[in-house]
Design a protein around this ligand. Structure first.
Ligand SMILES: C[S@@+](CC[C@H](N)C(=O)[O-])C[C@H]1O[C@@H](n2cnc3c(N)ncnc32)[C@H](O)[C@@H]1O
Length: 481
């Protein structure tokens, strides 16, 4: 087993003396008792955590004993004993209620950031969401705005999502997205085409962005070579902006830009093109077509899956949300409540490298927290996610504004959860959005704290099997090292 060692911030401070130690243990028991968890359940988990963290109480106490509570809820045996101690026969409901209580406790104790300026106070999107707890029909969250219906499948009693479904991006307030026929030059569209551009012997001007070949095959999938190049950007495919808007948003003394991936763009035919809406070079703009469902999970909230098999290179959906300036995003983050579940905003940073002295109010991003489409339910998975997000140029040949579309990185079986890598640096404590504790279960998970809890779970179940005289039947050897 590789034991997780802490960095300098988390290295063990001077061990408390025996009395102090006893007090700390009692406090931990009492915090958990407030959540209805008995001392018997807490004891072994706490012991394991103390072992793992070399007696470093800071890690256990921070966030109102969040790590301890998480570790308890993550042990299947402990879930069972928590449920047994309850009068309810439905374990899921019990755990769900307790989870909510943890959040409630934190909400009670953490200060809630106050709105800081009139713009924020007049944020209608927020108040709309607060007034209405349910916007949609569970049979179709899209409210008929898409060609397909997307049902919401809840098997564990999750709170309904609070947002309004929109099928296309919309500017929130200040974001200026200039698109006009004049901005699309004749070289950036295919005025003279008719029918389907993919069936032309000589590819038209709209294939120029993708090197003279369209990004799509005649079956509507992404060309494998193009997709693979998007999945594996080479190390030198990065750029560093001089005055990085992302770093500026973190604090008053911005660090140098950490780099942005030089993105490959898909370019689709658009309104100024002569081809039809059925042209093979118009995939994303026709909207999602595969059978999608939003479903409830135990540990990540809502999630997305498809009920049909999806071959590699299939288009799933666009990431749709409000178009915000960096300044607006910053203000929104400041006013959002601690522990509020965020959808992760997507930075439209592909062109930041070419824009000298980009002002905060010019840097754009998409935020699907209040208004968005099905993509707002796609959860994060570190590194080996099954979806990739690719920028798509349609109405704006300059890449200041563009669309983001999700495609499958490999073949996907029906009912497999769809995931993408949000690109979170879990160690970046200065990031404007506090990272969640990752539950992606990927062997490449980058959230070190989460890994530590998983190690405890493994150790726990090994100990229990040995104690109950179990053989290694069903136990994966690799897991116990
Ligand atoms: C874009 S939303 C995804 C949909 C979300 N699950 C929901 O119920 O609305 C992002 C939020 O989902 C949760 N989430 C996504 N991926 C996760 C993961 N790997 N582990 C834990 N939570 C995750 C986090 O709360 C995160 O802030």
């Amino acid at each position: 087993m590789t034991t997780h060692k802490k960095d300098s911030k988390t290295s063990a401070p001077k061990a408390p003396d025996l009395n102090e130690q006893k007090q700390k243990v009692q406090k931990a028991y009492s915090a958990m008792a407030d959540l209805g968890i008995s001392t018997e359940v807490v004891k072994p988990v706490l012991k394991n955590l103390l072992n793992l963290y070399d007696g470093n109480w800071e890690l256990i106490e921070e966030d109102k004993y969040r790590t301890l509570a998480d570790a308890i809820f993550e042990s299947p045996d402990d879930k069972k004993s928590i449920a047994e101690g309850s009068t309810s026969s439905n374990m899921n409901t019990v755990i769900h209620k307790k989870r909510r209580k943890i959040i409630q406790v934190e909400d009670d104790m953490e200060p809630i950031a106050k709105p800081t300026c009139p713009t924020v106070q007049s944020d209608n999107s927020n108040s709309l969401v607060k007034r209405n707890s349910k916007f949609h029909n569970d049979n179709d969250i899209t409210r008929g705005t898409e060609k397909i219906k997307i049902p919401l499948i809840d098997e564990i009693g999750l709170e309904p999502p609070k947002f309004l479904y929109i099928p296309q991006n919309i500017s929130y307030q200040e974001a200026y997205v200039p698109f006009s026929t004049a901005r699309i030059s004749d070289g950036d569209c295919c005025l003279k085409c008719t029918g389907d551009c993919l069936s032309r012997r000589v590819p038209c001007a709209c294939s120029r962005e993708t090197g003279g070949e369209f990004a799509y095959t005649s079956k509507g999938l992404l060309r494998e070579e193009f997709l693979d190049a998007c999945i594996e950007p080479k190390k030198h495919d990065h750029f560093y902006c001089q005055d990085c808007p992302l770093e500026k948003a973190k604090n008053d003394n911005p660090e140098p830009c950490k780099g942005h991936v030089l993105r490959k763009f898909i370019k689709e035919c658009w309104r100024k093109c002569g081809c039809t809406m059925n042209c093979g070079n118009r995939v994303v703009q026709r909207g999602p077509t595969c059978k999608l469902q939003v479903f409830s999970t135990e540990d990540k909230g809502w999630a997305v899956r498809s009920t049909q098999y999806l071959p590699k290179g299939s288009f799933i959906c666009e990431y749709v949300g409000e178009i915000l300036t960096n300044t607006e995003l910053y203000e929104r983050n400041n006013q959002s409540q601690v522990n509020e579940r965020h959808t992760y905003p997507v930075l439209l940073d592909a062109d930041w490298g070419s824009e000298q002295g980009l002002k905060d109010e010019e840097a754009l991003c998409l935020d699907a927290t209040h208004f968005g489409n099905v993509a707002r339910f796609i959860n994060h998975r570190c590194s080996d996610s099954n979806l990739i997000e690719i920028p798509v140029e349609m109405e704006t040949p300059h890449h200041h504004y563009y669309h983001i579309a999700f495609f499958t990185k490999r073949d996907i079986d029906p009912f497999e959860e769809l995931t993408w890598d949000y690109g979170i640096d879990f160690a970046d404590v200065d990031h404007p959005i506090k990272a969640f504790k990752c539950q992606c279960a990927s062997p490449h998970c980058r959230d070190v704290r989460r890994k530590a809890v998983a190690e405890i779970k493994k150790k726990d179940s090994r100990g229990k099997r040995i104690a109950s005289g179990s053989t290694s039947g069903g136990l994966n050897r690799k897991q116990v090292h």
